[in-house]
Write a protein that binds this ligand. Sequence first.
Ligand SMILES: [Zn+2]
Length: 88
Amino acid sequence: MISSVFLLASYWYLWIMIIAGVLFLLVVWHTKNFAYLCPGCGEVFEVSTLEDFISPNGVNKKYLRCPRCGKRAWADILRIKEKTVHKK
Ligand SMILES: [Zn+2]
């Protein structure tokens, strides 16, 4: 029992890789399922996984550059509902 715990602890870097992998998949999932609403011009746009990963998050908001008006602002996060509608 003790040796198995010790073995688990010695593979800590493996756990970090797994956690990083899960975190990355979560961001990919988030990118595919959410869109953003520009508060300046009302444009609804999607971002790349990398941009989603590096951009700062707020409460239901994300700091992004709008592709239409080019301004950086806290964009509202919108759930993309089209995909779930098509499945029914
Ligand atoms: Zn805009």
